[in-house]
Design a protein around this ligand. Sequence first.
Ligand SMILES: NC(=O)c1ccc[n+]([C@@H]2O[C@H](COP(=O)([O-])OP(=O)(O)OC[C@H]3O[C@@H](n4cnc5c(N)ncnc54)[C@H](O)[C@@H]3O)[C@@H](O)[C@H]2O)c1
Length: 297
Amino acid sequence: MQDLNGKTAFISGGGSGIGLAAARALAAEGARLILADIDQGRAEAAAREIAALGADALPLQLDVAEEGEWAKARAAADAFGEVRILFSNAGVGGGAGRFEVYDPEVWRWNYAVNAHAHLYACRTFLGEMKASGEPAHLVITASMVGIVPPPISIAYISSKFATMGIALGLRNELRDTGVGVSVLCPGMSATRIVRTTRELRPGAQEQGAAAETSAAMDQVLAGGMSPDAIGRRLVKAIRADEFYIFTHPEWRRLAEAQVAEMLAAFGESADPGYAGDDIDSLLAANNARRMNASVAR
Ligand SMILES: NC(=O)c1ccc[n+]([C@@H]2O[C@H](COP(=O)([O-])OP(=O)(O)OC[C@H]3O[C@@H](n4cnc5c(N)ncnc54)[C@H](O)[C@@H]3O)[C@@H](O)[C@H]2O)c1
């Protein structure tokens, strides 16, 4: 999607961090922004900031995890402009804590915000993006930990793996449409995600060692990459119709090690008499997808 000028972008989690940074970068290209966030104050402050940059911006209070609330997003777009860029980005951290004592309520919340909400976002906007016949683009925020997980919350990691699956599946499903798709996989970025998580987390707050681990993560993220650099990179990826948006190349070593381990584990067939799955057909489908992705949208 080359021309972003005058196009309406819907950003979830647009009140802070990577979502707000993407809004700044898209505003610089002339896009119009709907900034959805569970925190009304943050959404409004973000919209004021974007308006001060000279772009049209509409704040929207929305809990992405509540399917019924997406009617508000639909109504906002009906009033403001048809969505051509959908950035499904809101997410929360998983916090710390061993799996056998992990709070099921926090587990369900992580999946609802980090994974299920992508379905609600697509049910709200993807149909019209496809039907418009105009170039459009969907970006979903996963994480580097959705590819190569460090020893952090399994709720966070696995909900981001689910997000990778959603993005890969959508890439297949959208390949013959005018809608490009990208999956954003940042490493560490200096945002308020640990504090946001603490504020929104259902159930009891973390205690003891778990609370200390989260506080330490907040410190580590404070030294992370500027969200604005990620926002600018995202705009380039929309233009170039790139699927994987890797912002932190230093993670490549981990990805290589993980893939190497996986490849080394392929051995003999469990059934030497079996002819094998039809990999040529699967490869042909993959090649068609790649060729399609290289056609400018
Ligand atoms: N910061 C990092 O290091 C990092 C790394 C990889 C991926 N990510 C991902 O980036 C995305 C954005 O996070 P961020 O780091 O900018 O954090 P952030 O906390 O600064 O911004 C996220 C925004 O999302 C909003 N939000 C949270 N739950 C919501 C809900 N249910 N409905 C609507 N809005 C909600 C918050 O109020 C907040 O304003 C998340 O998906 C996160 O998992 C972040």
